[in-house]
Design a protein around this ligand. Structure first.
Ligand code: SAM
Length: 293
């Protein structure tokens, strides 16, 4: 069977010496690709974020393979020995705990060094939570921005959310159960009426995809502690207002100019009259500008 000119399944296929960047499931083990299974079974070595975690996946796939750890604390030292092995003719696979390596996961140093040293890097594509969430979001997503995890501290987090106000593209965040309520509360303070999607536990038993305004999503999650558990992707829709970007550019300049001259509420009122942007949004923006300075 053939897909284009590529063999669908290649028995007896010998891997070339290269670094294979292999995506693994984000929940449902059936999401592993046939090619990922083949590569993981045939490489000389698998570099895994957590060898015990990947060990369980390999056991489920009935693959016996050599594993070494490669995580944020040892990536710098370990990368060169992995590359030396590839240069000497071996093949190495890089996997993370879930999804696509390097997407909010370790591996970027290794891949960069591989390029620097002329080592071939081969993708074995598959699941990634951000793409899975986007595909079911029901939001306009022809253009999007991936921001990864928001900062842990509320001040810095709010400043990042502020930056969303004029954004026309959908913005995607990853979030953990420890911070989901705080993050949604910060978002609701700044953009309560923006549409968003909360995608929780994708491909798992308690998968939830909830699309509503930010304030409604906060209510939904705070009303049910079960909705605060697991892994989350948050997608915030871009602004629909065509003139918003220009209005915010002008507002940003005015806020900075007037901030030292007048009280914040008065500044927000004046800039709101001129730009048409809501006074509360400007007030929040001014506070975060002042916090940064
Ligand atoms: N490399 C992974 C990828 O390609 O999606 C992401 C790794 S990052 C360390 C883990 C974060 O991804 C989680 O905190 C969550 O935000 C998101 N995530 C991973 N699996 C998920 C799932 N099944 N449902 C929703 N979000 C998920």
């Amino acid at each position: 069977m053939f897909a284009g000119n590529m063999p669908f399944y290649s028995e007896g296929f010998i891997l070339e010496s290269a670094l294979y960047v292999v995506a693994t499931p984000i929940g449902n083990l059936k999401d592993i690709t046939l090619r990922a299974i083949e590569v993981l079974a045939d490489v000389d070595l698998i570099a895994a974020e957590d060898t015990r975690h990947t060990g369980r996946l390999l056991e489920a796939l009935d693959i016996r393979a050599k594993l070494v750890s490669l995580h944020e604390h040892n990536e710098r030292e370990r990368s060169q020995s992995l590359l030396d092995r590839i240069i000497s003719g071996e093949s190495v696979a890089l996997v993370s705990d879930a999804g696509t390596p390097l997407i909010s996961d370790p591996g970027s140093r290794l891949v960069q060094s591989a390029h620097d040293q002329g080592v071939r890097v081969i993708p074995v594509p598959g699941p990634s939570a951000l793409v899975a969430a986007l595909s079911v979001s029901g939001l306009e997503c022809s253009k999007f921005v991936f921001e990864g995890f928001l900062p842990a501290k509320s001040g810095a987090r709010k400043a990042c959310i502020e930056a969303l106000l004029p954004e026309r593209r959908a913005v995607i965040y990853y979030e953990s159960p420890h911070r989901i309520v705080d993050t949604l509360a910060d978002m609701a303070e700044i953009i309560p009426n923006r549409r968003m999607v909360l995608a929780r536990e994708l491909t798992k038993t308690f998968e939830t995809v909830f699309r509503a305004e930010v304030g409604e999503v906060l209510d939904f999650v705070t009303a049910d502690t079960n909705q605060q558990k697991g892994e989350f992707v948050l997608i915030v829709e871009g602004t629909k207002d065509q003139g918003q970007e220009e209005a915010w550019e002008l507002a940003g300049r005015m806020l900075k100019r007037l901030a030292d001259e007048l009280p914040p509420k008065q500044v927000a009122g004046i800039v709101s009259d001129i730009t048409g942007i809501k006074k509360n949004e400007l007030y929040q923006s001014l506070l975060s500008i002042q916090k940064k300075n």
